[in-house]
Design a binder for this molecule. Structure first.
Ligand code: COI
Length: 384
């Protein structure tokens, strides 16, 4: 195995260029970069990737102390050490993002809507009282990380390099109050499909015993606790043979919200319906891409409250055509079955519906650069 040179301090002379090329950010950043002694890439079986299980050679790290973020640093991926009194472990002041990089050719990697992800991460940080990482530091360090680990971007279609930026309170302090120290990292992981079903339909169930989010809570941001607290109801659902919980609103337990790992869409009588963002639903980047694509195909789109009873009624009438989830990790995930109390519906014969397939092909076609990108969603990274 070739030993790579370390450490190197690099001065990025070409700062990050916004996707829409409206502005060239003039801040030149100094990124300290330490290359791993030995790459672990030969240990990875790119034909059998498990979602989120294997990590690339490097990561980005930034530290918030004395009222400002440090310059980003790229270093070998590896354990980080903290004291048992790490504030985030006790009170969950932690938030994250999820985005993806796609292989285009030997010299080009695509990021999908990275600035939207940065903005959503900023909202997450603000809601959790974590100092946001600015667009320039986020994008410049991310680009440099992807260039450094470009060989980790899987080449086969259907696979991607999943990017996980996250931040948390890192003070050694167990009083429940806003911390004075924070850490920000970006790690990456070569992935295939999120669900074991792949692109095959998933089975969802509602629950009356648990709720995901209430108005005024943290349901509209990627707070770590949103996910941890869904494990127990998800485990119960899985024990009963379902893939995930289909969350209903917390107040009336009537209106459909989302799946927790993805937003949800219903194709009813040719109209695409999805629950509106009202403070309890995550504003998915894939969700808004699906809405924009459907509109561009002249498919009527309604962002409105939809009750679980309405879904069953439309199915009785024969108007329910398809249901699918949309998320960064899940991409487009057809729903084959919904369980609600003692009722069940099988959707599109538990098969992949033509609309979900068309949407999947369009989104992934854009991501891999196979089709034109009129929305300018793809951010190209040139790898030397
Ligand atoms: C994503 O889709 O990127 C998410 O963050 C969901 C997570 C459960 C993998």
């Amino acid at each position: 195995m070739k030993c790579l040179q370390k450490p190197a301090n690099i001065l990025l002379k070409t700062p990050y260029l916004s996707t829409h090329k409206l502005k060239l950010n003039s801040i030149v950043m100094k990124i300290k970069k330490t290359i791993a002694d030995k790459s672990r890439i030969s240990e990875i079986d790119f034909d059998n990737l498990e979602f989120g299980r294997q990590f690339s050679d490097h990561m980005v790290e930034m530290t918030w102390e004395n009222g400002s973020w440090s310059q980003p640093e790229i270093k070998p991926y590896g354990p980080i050490s903290f004291t048992p009194a790490l504030n985030a472990l006790h009170y969950g002041q932690a938030g994250f993002e999820g985005m993806k990089a796609f292989y285009y050719d030997e010299k080009t990697i695509h990021l999908f809507r990275p600035e939207d992800h940065q903005r959503r991460f900023e909202n997450t940080c603000k809601r959790l009282c974590i100092p946001p990482v600015d667009m320039n530091s986020f994008m410049t360090s991310l680009e440099e990380l992807i260039k450094t680990d470009s060989r980790w971007v899987p080449r086969k279609r259907g696979r991607a390099l999943y990017i996980r930026p996250f931040a948390f309170s890192s003070e050694e302090y167990i009083a429940a109050r806003v911390s004075g120290k924070y850490k920000f990292f970006i790690i990456t992981s070569p992935v295939a499909a999120y669900y074991k079903e792949g692109f095959n339909p998933v089975k969802l169930t509602t629950t009356f015993n648990y709720v995901r989010a209430v108005k005024g809570g943290t349901g509209a941001v990627k707070a770590a606790g949103n996910y941890g607290s869904s494990y127990y109801p998800a485990k119960k659902a899985q024990e009963e043979g379902y893939t995930q919980v289909l969350w209903l609103d917390a107040k009336e337990q009537t209106y459909i919200e989302e799946v927790g790992t993805m937003n949800i869409f219903f194709l009813i009588d040719g109209t695409l319906i999805t629950p509106p963002l009202g403070g309890t639903i995550l504003p998915g980047i894939t969700r808004k891409s699906v809405i924009a694509l459907a509109k561009s195909w002249d498919v009527p789109v309604e962002e409105r409250r939809i009750s679980i009873d309405e879904v069953f009624e439309e199915d009785d009438k024969g108007s329910l055509q398809e249901i699918f989830g949309a998320g960064t990790a899940a991409v487009i995930s057809p729903v084959g079955l919904i369980n609600h109390g003692d009722r069940q519906i099988k959707i599109a014969g538990d098969k992949i519906g033509p609309f979900a397939k068309k949407m999947y092909d369009a989104i992934t076609g854009l991501q891999y650069g196979e089709i034109d990108d009129p929305f300018e969603w793809v951010h190209k990274i040139h790898v030397s």
